[in-house]
Design a binder for this molecule. Structure first.
Ligand code: SAH
Length: 266
């Protein structure tokens, strides 16, 4: 079991893969790497091939019905999933996910849900994918990274874990940063600027930062950033923008109802 310094269970990712050497990979560096070292989260990579039982250690076979490619065998995956869950009384496999282009598309809402789940088991497919029966038998949830096809679930699992780990308490230095970021308010983020205040680009064009950011006027800066976030979201992501507007409208209505009943709560 993976326990933190305080004795409580730390967020644990159990990854079932044919390429365990891909983990922690990039998650062993920077913020996630430091947090892993400090025991803020834990990683168990499970080599699916070690559950193969025939003399060739085969994990895949040709698809029934014909067609190209290979399919990962249900008996091998079943053994790997069952072993990963561990005996009763242990934290088990928690939320069990098969990374798959057919799944619910990963978004910040799901990332937050997963950050609040102590154990997440991630099955990484290869080849054409996995035998459908093992998904049914184990009730695996399918999660996709987006509408494109990867060669394996490992890079998707790395992205998912990265997004979760940065939300765990103590991983990000500045807690405020997380609250303002893209998607947190249903908006894309406003533009950032740092020194130098005037920068000359390769074509000799002097580029300065918006004056308002140098004004020291916090309220005006906040309003400017919100307006920029709204402008960018409306221009680039009509889907997010429509949801944001609907949310604001609903909030307005709740506000009005609240006012009729009595003084506005703080
Ligand atoms: N034949 C499948 C694609 C298999 S790609 C299809 O057409 O749907 C091989 C593996 O990569 C999959 O089993 C899955 O685990 C992973 N994968 C591919 N695309 C992915 C995506 N968009 N999100 C998450 N995992 C993906």
């Amino acid at each position: 079991m993976n326990h933190g310094a305080s004795g409580s269970l730390v967020w644990t990712a159990k990854v079932l893969t044919l390429f365990p050497e891909m983990f922690p990979g990039p998650l062993g560096l920077s913020l996630a790497g430091k947090a892993l070292e400090n025991g803020v989260w834990a990683l168990e990579s499970v080599d699916i091939r070690s559950f193969a039982r025939d003399k060739h250690r085969s994990v895949d076979d040709t698809p029934f019905g014909g067609g190209a490619g290979m399919v990962m065998r249900p008996d091998v995956l079943d053994a790997a999933l069952t072993a990963t869950a561990g005996p009763p009384g242990t934290p088990g496999r928690g939320r069990a996910i098969y990374l798959s282009p057919r799944g619910r598309v990963l978004d910040q809402e799901l990332v937050k849900e997963l950050a609040a789940t102590p154990v997440v088991t991630l099955l990484c497919g290869r080849y054409e994918g996995v035998d459908e029966r093992v998904l049914d038998a184990h009730g695996l949830e399918e999660v996709s990274l987006g509408d494109f096809v990867l060669s394996g679930g490992e890079t998707a699992a790395l992205c998912l874990i990265d997004a979760v780990v940065r939300l765990l308490p103590g991983v990000m230095g500045n807690v405020e940063t997380a609250g303002e970021e893209s998607f947190e308010r249903g908006l894309l983020e406003y533009p950032h600027y740092t020194r130098p205040a005037v920068w000359t680009d390769g074509q000799g064009v002097e580029r300065s930062v918006p004056d308002i950011l140098l004004s020291g006027h916090h309220e005006k800066v906040r309003a400017w950033r919100l307006a920029e976030a709204e402008r960018i979201t409306q221009a680039r992501r009509p889907d997010l923008w429509n949801r944001y507007e609907a949310g604001k409208k609903a909030e307005g209505q709740i506000g009005k109802r609240g006012r009729r009943r009595g003084p506005k709560p703080e």
